[in-house]
Design a protein around this ligand. Structure first.
Ligand code: GLU
Length: 541
């Protein structure tokens, strides 16, 4: 269905990280353009000088690339998502496409908007107002046809004149979006329903400038399971709720505030700010993170980078977000061969719902687990390595550099049970700590080591010299050694493997015993057995 005339755009304001809803808007615009053989433009709407930053622009470019999106026109395409975040990458550098600049601040510098303001003045529909310029609404009802919502009419009485040029000389979003969509030949404006209110303004400006209206398509909002709008403030909300839950009375709240201040997150956090946060005076994200870390609670993922840090894969996130408000029909949920290929072939506005979408975290989690399960070992190892290097824990990043074989064995052992890229390092924390840091789980010690006259500890003592004598320390050999010992002593495998697990990990959950010991290495295994026996033999009070 080649339709050269289709031009879509994603027009984020670089004032913060890319929200998952923004990612979906970008995805739908990209898919619509690709499906119709048209063009997809990326434009940075940075006319709010106080809130825009080049770091945010970099972050958005990185997130779009991480998701697998490319654009035909816009800021330069970074070769990889990580490169977008590096100093040497210049988002203002040579753009893609001929219709630039693609940052509205640069377009303002190039006097792109002035002639349009002049035209409006000449037509008598723009007037000065205290240093700003205002557009005069026509005084009639405005009706727009929306490709998703149908006819939308706003009564004249509800429409007021509005600012098109601010007193700092910058165009407002309303003027810039109308002018740029026209100059860039945008045919389809696909964006979130939060912009529906703006449509009468844009339509009136388009009419006054004699610009043909694009097709408007407003996609549904994304809500949390509890019916609230999914917003970046949810992170602050969650941290606050956890804090008040942990410290219901003011006394221990003081202690919490002290600990958060002590944590010293990236920016200095003063106790008044932390108190203000708890009183809902501010939603500071640094404070929310510090509280989450002190209380060891997870904050909900809202922005693309949150999902990446939590170990979600772009394939899963793209597949899942595409279903937020869009249905391909026929109950298809998992896209083949992959979500991006499927969308470029099948995405259409006719499948977009009018009503709000619900963000189902469980479903995304399942999608992610399925992507991990279907991945080749090599791919998983590589992605897990990248994840550890970027997001930690540091010890795993170090292990991936210093002991690549051990790291690979660990990744392989965890792939079948991992649902995110963050899980193997969380579950396998015991592999990278010093023997002294292993804390023995009380229940495990009782059940596995002390029961039946310390049967488990006896097993450990007998196994120790046998394991110490193993030459070829591979998972097959260690596994076979443990098995042989079990058979020779007429014990079930569990009676041998579980004490070993407790000795080396502190608990009863780890990959197969052969894999566990192989990853750990002989010296550490023997050291941990010794320590376990000496700690757990000690008479308990
Ligand atoms: N810059 C606007 C935003 O980030 C989007 C404008 C539009 O798509 O028309 O919300």
């Amino acid at each position: 269905m080649a339709d050269q005339t289709v031009v879509t755009r994603f027009a984020p304001s670089p004032s913060g990280a890319l929200h998952v809803g923004g990612a979906r808007t970008a995805l739908f615009n990209w898919a619509y353009a690709r499906r119709h053989g048209g063009r997809f433009i990326l434009r940075m709407e940075d006319t709010d000088r106080a809130r825009s930053s080049v770091e945010a622009a970099r972050g958005i470019l990185a997130d779009l690339r991480w998701l697998g999106l490319d654009w035909d026109e816009g800021p330069p395409l970074p070769p990889s998502w990580e490169q977008a975040l590096r100093e040497e990458f210049d988002p203002f550098g040579s753009p893609r496409g001929e219709g630039g600049p693609y940052f509205q601040s640069r377009r303002k510098d190039a006097a792109v908007y002035e002639p349009f303001v002049e035209r409006l003045r000449d037509a008598g529909v723009a007037y000065d107002d205290d240093g700003a310029v205002r557009f005069k609404m026509p005084g009639t009802d405005v009706t727009v046809e929306d490709a998703i919502l149908g006819e939308v009419t706003v009564a004249a009485a509800d429409l007021e004149d509005f600012v098109i040029v601010k007193s700092d000389g910058y165009p407002t979003y309303h003027l810039a979006v109308v002018v740029d969509d026209a100059l860039m030949g945008v045919t389809h404006v696909i964006r979130g329903q939060e912009h529906l209110n703006n449509v009468p303004k844009h339509a009136a400006l388009q009419d006054a400038l004699e610009i043909e209206r694009p097709t408007f398509a407003h996609i549904p909002l994304i809500f949390n399971a509890d019916g609230s709008k999914m917003s970046k403030r949810d992170k602050a909300k969650a941290a606050r709720a956890a804090a008040l839950d942990a410290c219901p009375d003011a006394k221990n709240r003081d202690a919490l505030v002290d600990r958060v201040v002590e944590m010293g997150p990236a920016e200095p956090v003063m106790s008044t700010a932390v108190r203000g946060f708890l009183e809902k005076d501010n939603d500071g994200i640094q404070i929310a993170r510090a509280i989450a870390s002190v209380l060891d609670v997870a904050l909900p993922e809202i922005e693309v980078d949150d999902f990446r840090a939590s170990g979600y894969l772009p394939e899963a996130l793209v597949n899942y977000t595409a279903l937020l408000g869009w249905s391909p029909g026929g109950h298809i949920e998992k896209f083949e061969p992959d979500a991006m290929s499927y969308l470029r072939e099948h995405f259409g506005l006719e499948g977009v719902n009018k009503s709000n979408a619900r963000f189902d975290r469980e479903k995304l989690f399942r999608f992610n687990a399925d992507v991990i399960a279907a991945m080749s070992t090599d791919d998983f190892v590589a992605r897990f390595r990248e994840h550890c290097r970027r997001y930690g824990p540091k010890a795993f990043g170090a292990m991936s550099n210093a002991k690549p074989d051990q790291f690979r064995a660990l990744a392989e052992a965890y792939q079948p049970r991992a649902r995110t890229l963050a899980e193997p390092s969380a579950l396998g924390q015991f592999f990278v700590v010093d023997a002294e840091e292993i804390e023995f789980d009380e229940k495990a010690v009782r059940k596995v080591l002390h029961k039946n006259d310390c049967e488990g500890l006896d097993v450990l003592e007998q196994l120790r010299p046998i394991l110490d004598g193993v030459e070829d320390w591979s998972d097959e050999v260690t596994e076979a050694t443990v098995k042989e010992f079990a058979t020779a002593n007429a014990l079930g495998m569990g009676k041998v493997a579980q004490p070993l697990r407790v000795a080396v990990s502190g608990g009863t959950v780890s990959p197969s015993i052969g894999q566990t010991l192989a990853i750990l290495g002989k010296a550490a295994t023997v050291e941990r057995i010794d320590r376990c026996v000496s700690v757990c033999r000690a008479p308990t009070g």
